[in-house]
Design a protein. Sequence first.
Length: 165
Amino acid sequence: MSVFADVRSTMVRDLEGFVAELHAYPDEASVWALPPGFLNSGGTLALHAAGNIRHFVGAVLGETGYVRDRDREFAARGVPRAELVAELEAARADVDGILRVLDPERAYETFPVRIGGEQLGTSRVLVHLATHLAWHLGQVDYHRRAVCAVATSVGAVGLKALQGD
């Protein structure tokens, strides 16, 4: 297996986990709630996670033509849950489709754009993107638990999802 296959299965699992988290909120308002101590709502985290993946995997590696609006990711409020889910599903489709067919040799090339001012290898950027996604998945899990006053997991990071195709 290539690093692309490993990153693909992890990101697909985590994007599906994000969708499961959104569905676990009891209503639209709770997705956007900001309890004390939280800088980002579940909706903001979903928009940001989807935008980040659709930009770096979709537009940069896959040349999908997606145009990112990072400011909107953090400024939008009240976006319907169905739209958030659609964005995450589009990110999932980008990851699954692009990383499935990318030439494994590209993992050893320099990533086409700088990330945070740094020029890094493609495999390192993809690992960073996967851990960045996982970070935000954890945040949305804790946001949902705090807003809904529940301690239950949706099982978003199960290991069975990482077994090969």
